[in-house]
Design a protein around this ligand. Structure first.
Ligand SMILES: [Zn+2]
Length: 251
């Protein structure tokens, strides 16, 4: 039998994951512990209502038994994560982007699953070293469906998970998203100095051209793009040291 891990709260303040897990638990109690397990990744950050305690858990895999709190739990989670056929990692984002499925591998198994799932956007995070939680999974899929507060984030994530459960023959027939998927490959990060701000017209998935002014530093100096890219999970407040990620279209 296929074993699936539904992993939530990799980021302790992304409570949509908790609602997703509760929904799945209520709808399909018979498969919990019989094909589907649910795990809270960063329990302590969740209890403290924080994204993380010492370091972003999604950036410290495979972990370190003598490291900081998140490095220690990453080291413990690694063997659990790698023991499943499929790991689903639930996130939410205040970047204004939504409907994104994230993978860190693009092998045939992953591609086939994505094709069947047919979400609006796929982000292949091709950044090495891959230090994400799903990096340790045989097949890992992260849902980034929207804002933590939005009901649609929960319903869309549940829809995706239900289709994956159906595909794994754990539950009866469920429909995929059924959209014409746009695939993006993330090849880098766009760094940000303190206080710098994006230009108002910069939107996720809208291309930025080489030489285009896309942001200003704290003292108002223009920042120009050094190459063509699609901004993804981009914003002023998403990350401390980067605006977000640079991607290109991919088939
Ligand atoms: Zn997250």
């Amino acid at each position: 039998m296929t074993k699936i891990l539904l992993n939530i709260l990799t980021h302790g303040d992304e409570l949509a994951g908790l609602k997703v897990a509760d929904t799945i638990r209520v709808l399909y109690p018979e498969i919990i512990g019989h094909g589907l397990d649910i795990q809270i990744a960063n329990e302590r950050a969740f209890r403290s209502s924080k994204r993380y305690i010492d370091k972003d858990l999604n950036r410290v895999f495979p972990g370190n038994p003598t490291g900081c709190y998140e490095e220690i739990i990453a080291n413990e989670l690694r063997s659990i994560i790698s023991s499943y056929d499929l790991v689903v990692d639930v996130h939410s984002t205040e970047s204004g982007s939504s409907d994104i499925v994230i993978v860190t591998k693009f092998d045939s198994n992953t591609k086939e699953t994505l094709r069947a799932l047919s979400p609006k956007y796929v982000l292949f995070m091709n950044i090495l070293p891959d230090r994400s939680l799903i990096s340790c999974a045989r097949l890992g899929i992260a849902f980034e469906m929207g804002s933590d507060k939005a009901e649609s984030t929960v319903t869309n994530t549940v829809k995706g998970i239900e289709f994956l459960l159906f595909q794994s023959k754990l539950i009866g027939r469920k429909e995929p998203f059924g959209l014409e998927t746009k695939y993006f490959e993330v090849f880098g990060q766009i760094s940000k100095s303190p206080g710098s701000l994006l230009e108002a017209e910069i939107k996720n998935f809208a291309p930025i051209s080489k030489g285009q002014m896309f942001a200003r530093t704290a003292d108002g100096s223009p920042i120009f793009a050094e190459f063509d890219f699609y901004p993804v999970i981009f914003g002023n407040n998403n990350y401390e040291t980067i605006f977000g990620f640079a991607a290109c279209l991919r088939n």
